[in-house]
Design a binder for this molecule. Sequence first.
Ligand SMILES: [Zn+2]
Length: 471
Amino acid sequence: MMEIKLFNTLSGKKEVFRPLRRGEVRMYVCGPTPYDYSHVGHARTYTAFDVIHRWLEKRGFKVKWVMNITDVDDKIIKKAQEEGVTTTELVTRFSQEFFRDMYILDIHPDIYCFATGHISEMLEVIKKLVEKDYAYVIKDGVYFDVDKFKDYGKLSKQKREELVKHRIEPNPNKRNPGDFALWKFKKPREPNWPSPWGNGRPGWHIECSVMSSKYLGEQFDIHGGGSDLIFPHHENEIAQSEAASGKKPWVKYWLHTGFLNIKGEKMSKSLGNIIPIREALKKWGPEVLRLFFVSKHYRSPIDFREEHLEQTRESLERIYNLLDLLKLLRKSKGVLSEAEIELKEKVKNAKKEFVQAMDDDFNTPKALASVFNLVKEINRFIKNKNEINEALYREIDSFFKDFSSVFGVLQKEREIKEEIVRELIELVIVVRDELRRQKLFALSDEIRKKLKELGVVVEDTKQGTRWRFQH
Ligand SMILES: [Zn+2]
């Protein structure tokens, strides 16, 4: 019986995954704020959700995945002012860079939605919250009253008193220090939209509440993001959404990814250790990055170190080479040898282990271990054999295709490099010339015949041996 379990931040437990609608999964992941290039921490989170997306589809669910682009925000306004461009220009540039990064990383949400394209929907929800007395208007904006929402703190598992304590409060007009802005009134030189309470722009949290429910419904299955978003962002999203609709739970499963560190340190501007995705892609390529990310469980922290990436590159290359070699060794034969029967059993086990690991809260390192164990077994098998049964080869190939399509690796079509082919032909010609000098004509003729069969024509001329590809 197929059963997927996942760790739900909301319950603090691993739970059996039962989507609200049979056979369908609706998933929202908080996207970037495009005021700069996205970094490898973003790549880690989005790769994790991409693998979750792929696995759920593999398990037969129809998945709809929505990601937002926060295109109005303090950081965007500040950066645009610094660069002397409009916020739209800045956002256009960096969201295009982000889409490019995602495309190269082979990450494809079904919908990307921009906050500024959904202002009217946000105003509808804020209006509802004001009418229901969950929100109030003061001098600088419309605020959500966290005291009115009894479940506040249920996601981050914090008591209300604690939530209030560690927040420094600059706004004395708010009813409660923990209250957050739904709508911020216009300041000079800021992008703004009309609203029933005055011109302004939306707060960050309301955009995710509104856009996720617009595309996925008033209640949906999975909401995800980096674990730094649990509080206050996701806590606030729950408060607004459940207060507005009156339906609980707004989201059934909350999934959060662990931090990405650079050489053991937190990535930050002040340390100057931020690595943009585009730089990492240039150096390692998408497949090495993806394989590196899945080598750790999505909830665990991951340490970005050159040596780990180098190891990942080598592991990936070893698998590519092994698959190339197997392709060359396959032979159609009747029955499997004893060693082949044994290997077939190991392929079956690896498949089973892979599925079990992925079903258990998307345990990619464990799933990957089953792949590498099988690689070891295959290497052991071919050490003393120069062929493999075609049927067994196909089973191995299908296992690797399955695993690689979930992790998004081994997607490159490998072509034999032409220069290597040319050098090999030259080498054979040199050997053949030597045979001719030793008057071993039968053997040299045999070589010429074999080369011709391969499409290489050898001509013995007075100037020496020449060769060309047959057209
Ligand atoms: Zn969000």
